[in-house]
Design a protein around this ligand. Structure first.
Ligand code: UGA
Length: 445
């Protein structure tokens, strides 16, 4: 505690890095965020978040103004003025394979090591396949200038998009992997406030810490695919999966969260993480995990097809030239992220089959348009649904769940709605004259 406060660098300013950098500054540390993208750095420097995340712009602005938070494209400069270096770069799925692309984490570790001007601690936060930390230690040992002492440890991040700030400042748990007494003390000091406020610390070896992260995501994905498999049974048997999930959820061992059946999971994490774990488990000869995760992935992808089938059914066998109003493009509400978005994926599939698709999303129009410029886009629910032969709800934004079906009934051509997220009140919509298809919830009206 007599030591001066560690100065922090954060490599990568995506969802994880930008939030982590701002949160560490909020805790009172001097933080410099590094990114290779000059546009991102410029925006951040001006106190703006490069993506939509509730609460983050305020956090960035406040800490930039206080002089605790700066950004640069110059890794050497950032490393020179910092003691603890967080690796927060992406590990996307490799093209043509399920494996994670580790080139960015490797480059970050090597870059930090090469540029060290004094002793330091490198802390991996990115989601990586088990065994990566050990490889990075070898890379770092090779690149570090003589006479400089550096340690590499793992401290996985569990933040959810849409709740990133809250999850970073009050995490459910902190995992420190591969730490020495000294690096553990440094991390405890950095996270002093969340620890004092009750976040438990688990100290683990390096591979366990790496594996905790991907296992957590794999478990969440499994829970979603489990309920979606049961939703299929509900559909066939005339049962109601939402009621069933409520009843299951009362069992404390099960819990209600992540039991919302529907279109399934997407985003920048769950899909790629289960695939990377599948790939890594296969390399390690752990075949039970491979089989399980394969099923989880397959069930999940099947949900998108299920919505397509419902659309075909609702429109009498063909979507060709039919106008379809799509509500939702983001992979979940409260974000503008469309990476592997089930919603956008279904919208694009409908378009490919010749439908006139008009998409409305409260936040994700720009990101969606960049990915699928040929789809039609609207600026409101009303605009998207005007003259629609079919309405499809694919992201459960509040403004869709609270929309007035009676008002919308007068602007569509055909009062048929597919509720891909089981988020609409079936009674209200039926009373307003709508035919409703849901995902294992209400037998079609
Ligand atoms: C996920 C994890 O929840 C975080 O703990 C983790 O840190 C993060 O990945 C990551 O690895 O960085 P996130 O991708 O932000 O967070 O989104 P989630 O809230 O987990 O939702 C994932 C997907 O599952 C969404 O498409 C959502 O619509 C879907 N979902 C979620 C369901 O279909 N049903 C549910 O019951 C819950």
């Amino acid at each position: 505690a007599d030591q001066p406060a560690p100065r922090i660098s954060v490599i990568g300013t995506g969802y994880l890095g930008a939030t982590h950098a701002a949160a560490m500054a909020e805790l009172g540390f001097d933080v410099v965020g590094v990114d290779t993208d000059p546009r991102k750095v410029k925006e951040l420097k001006e106190g703006r978040a490069p993506f939509f995340e509730p609460g983050l712009p305020e956090l960035i602005r406040r800490n930039v103004a206080a002089g605790r938070l700066t950004f640069t494209t110059d890794l050497a400069e950032a490393v020179a003025v910092s003691d603890v270096h967080f690796i927060c770069v992406g590990t996307p799925q490799q093209s043509g394979s399920f494996a994670a692309n580790l080139s960015y984490v490797e480059a970050a570790a090597r870059g930090i090591a090469e540029n060290l001007t004094h002793d330091g601690l490198i802390v991996g936060k990115s989601t990586v396949p088990v065994g990566t930390g050990a490889r990075l230690r070898a890379i770092v040992a090779d690149a570090v200038p003589a006479g400089i002492d550096v340690e590499l440890v793992w401290n996985p991040e569990f933040l959810r998009e849409g709740k990133a700030v809250e999850d970073t400042l009050s995490p459910d748990r902190l995992v420190f992997g591969g730490t020495s007494a000294r690096s553990e003390a440094t991390l405890r000091r950095i996270y002093q406030k969340p620890i004092a406020e009750g976040s438990p610390v688990l100290v683990a070896d390096l591979p366990t810490a790496e594996l905790v992260k991907v296992s957590a995501n794999a478990f969440l994905a499994t829970k979603i695919s489990f309920i979606n498999a049961i939703a299929e049974v509900c559909d066939a048997a005339g049962a109601d999966v939402s009621l069933l999930a409520d009843a299951l959820g009362h069992d404390k061992r099960i819990g209600r969260q992540f039991l919302n059946a529907g279109l399934g999971f997407g985003g920048g994490c769950l899909p790629k993480d289960i695939r990377a774990l599948m790939h890594r488990s296969n390399e390690l000869g752990a075949h039970a995990a491979v089989g399980l995760l394969q099923q989880v992935d397959e069930i999940n992808m099947g949900r998108r097809q299920r919505v397509m089938d419902l659309a075909l059914k609702a429109l009498g066998g063909s979507v060709l030239n039919r106008r379809i109003g799509v509500l939702g493009a983001a992979f979940k509400p409260h974000t503008d992220d469309v990476r592997d978005s089930p919603a956008l994926n279904v919208a694009a599939a409908l378009h490919l089959r010749g439908a006139q698709v008009v998409v409305y999303d409260p936040q994700a129009r720009e990101t969606a348009q960049r990915l699928f410029p040929t789809l039609g886009y609207a600026d409101s629910t009303e605009e998207a649904l005007t003259g629609a032969d079919l309405t499809v709800v694919l992201t459960e934004w509040d403004e869709f769940t609270s929309a007035d079906p009676a008002a919308l009934a007068s602007i569509v051509r055909n009062r048929t709605v597919i509720d891909g997220r089981n988020c609409l009140d079936a009674g209200t919509w039926s009373r307003a004259g709508w035919s409703l298809y849901a995902m294992g919830t209400v037998p079609e009206v």
